[in-house]
Design a protein around this ligand. Structure first.
Ligand SMILES: [Zn+2]
Length: 149
């Protein structure tokens, strides 16, 4: 890992991005706690109270085949309700997504409070994280498609 000798002050657009990601992460975590997934098998939709949330997946709606991200919302919602086994059944990367989502809250808040961004560490570790996540999603999708055959 590259060591930073000095952090740079946050620019206005960087501050805005941190605020947007912080608010978005908080809203997503709160939404995951409010939404639930009824026990109606693997085709069950997420619901708020008695209102079913429609599928937003264009790929699945057109092809009938789940995309690499299908089930991730239901997986995260189940985790927010401590249903680990059901979460795994909907998507194997739900735990990773929830951890990354929750981790955004202290990271973004601390960065905004400090007013500085540790740039050199950020670029390397974030790149590795995104590449790893994309690779894991691709491998997970292949296993999902094999299971559907
Ligand atoms: Zn999808």
């Amino acid at each position: 890992m590259v060591m930073c000798t000095e952090d740079s002050l946050l620019k206005s657009e960087e501050r805005q991005l941190h605020v947007i990601i912080l608010i978005g992460s908080i809203l997503a975590v709160v939404a995951a706690c409010i939404v639930s997934v009824p026990r109606e098998g693997m085709s069950s939709r997420a619901v708020i109270g008695s209102v079913s949330i429609p599928s937003a997946c264009v790929f699945r709606n057109i092809t009938g085949i789940p995309c690499a991200g299908c089930g991730i919302v239901r997986s995260v919602v189940c985790l927010a309700h401590c249903e680990v086994a059901r979460s795994w059944g909907f998507h194997r990367l739900g735990m990773v997504v929830l951890v990354l989502l929750v981790a955004q809250i202290p990271y973004r808040a601390a960065t905004l409070i400090r007013g500085r961004s540790p740039k050199c560490m950020r670029h390397k570790s974030i790149d590795v994280l995104w590449i790893g996540l994309a690779l894991a999603a691709a491998i997970n999708w292949v296993f999902t498609l094999i299971q559907l055959r």
